[in-house]
Ligand binder design. Structure first.
Ligand SMILES: Cc1ncc(COP(=O)(O)O)c(C=O)c1O
Length: 274
């Protein structure tokens, strides 16, 4: 398996990250992740844009331009030949400035296999539990998933799929997905502040807005209890229905099914034109 390390395509087994990299010492770094669908890098420009934006907000310089990185990634895809896989771009806090300061970042791009939820999950939905937490610099895709990974045992014990985060009475997002709620007035609500603006979320929002009233606004936690339908979105989730949050059950309704169909169309159209 090949990967990209600081601008060069090399054998993944040959790459070693310095042990004094700020990512290792302090968990400081950013990343982004997209998938190949039928060999096509899905929404690659959106992910590159978010990656460079995360880097800028996190004050991490990237040694190559977005165009150069994209071209290198396309070369990597040709080398590895994995038509159904994920591409992970990671930018570390770097080395050279001590153990508590941003140094010269290392840029790593790897390709890996991916797994989607089962067909049964897409049809019958999945369970979530709630947890009070706000991600650090939520608009940035940081490598810090400490709370989510720490909670995995609790999630498993509850027979749940994932955890949904709320903070000071407002629901934000899941560990690795965005949330959409359908209320009694058939409006679709999705939080927009203090969340990572998902690429899946963005594409789906545009398509949903042609057929429904879609509102990006604050989502009080009490509104979860009275929601009619809830679904989540993400690169490796696509559009996944929610059947239960803590002890409240939800139907998998028409809006969720429509959102699933719309996203399928968006993906097919993208593949067809790239
Ligand atoms: C915190 C967080 N929110 C939302 C998402 C969904 O974003 P996307 O649709 O771009 O995969 C992710 C993706 O991993 C994430 O880490």
């Amino acid at each position: 398996m090949k990967c990209i390390f600081n601008g060069e395509i090399v054998d993944a087994s040959q790459v070693a990250l310095p042990i004094n990299d700020l990512a290792v010492l302090r968990g400081y770094g950013i990343f982004d992740f997209f998938r190949l669908s039928d060999g096509v890098p899905l929404f690659v420009d959106d992910h590159l844009k978010r990656f460079y934006n995360s880097a800028q907000v996190a004050r991490l310089p990237i040694s190559i331009s977005q165009t150069e990185l994209k071209s290198l990634i396309f070369d990597l895809i040709l080398e590895n030949q994995m038509p159904l896989s994920g591409i992970r771009m990671v930018l570390t806090g770097g080395t050279g400035a001590g153990a508590y300061a941003i140094g010269i970042p290392n840029l790593i791009v790897t390709q890996e296999s991916i797994k989607f939820p089962s067909e049964e999950m897409y049809q019958q939905g999945v369970k979530l539990i709630t947890h009070e937490y706000l991600r650090d610099i939520p608009e940035v895709k940081t490598i810090n998933y400490m709370t989510g990974i720490w909670l995995q045992q609790k999630i498993d014990d509850a027979g749940a799929f994932d955890v949904i985060y709320h903070h000071k009475g407002l629901v934000h997002e899941l560990t690795r997905s965005n949330v959409f709620v359908v209320n009694a007035d058939h409006q679709i609500i999705t939080p927009k502040d203090h969340v990572l603006l998902g690429v899946t979320r963005g594409h789906l929002l545009k398509a949903l807005a042609n057929q429904f009233e879609v509102i990006e606004k604050e989502l009080p936690i009490e509104h979860l209890r009275i929601a009619k339908e809830i679904f989540i979105t993400g690169t490796t989730k696509k559009v996944l229905p929610i059947s239960q949050i803590d002890d409240v059950a939800y139907e998998i309704g028409e809006v969720t099914q429509k959102a699933q169909a719309l996203f399928k169309d968006i993906e097919q159209q993208y593949i067809g034109s790239h």
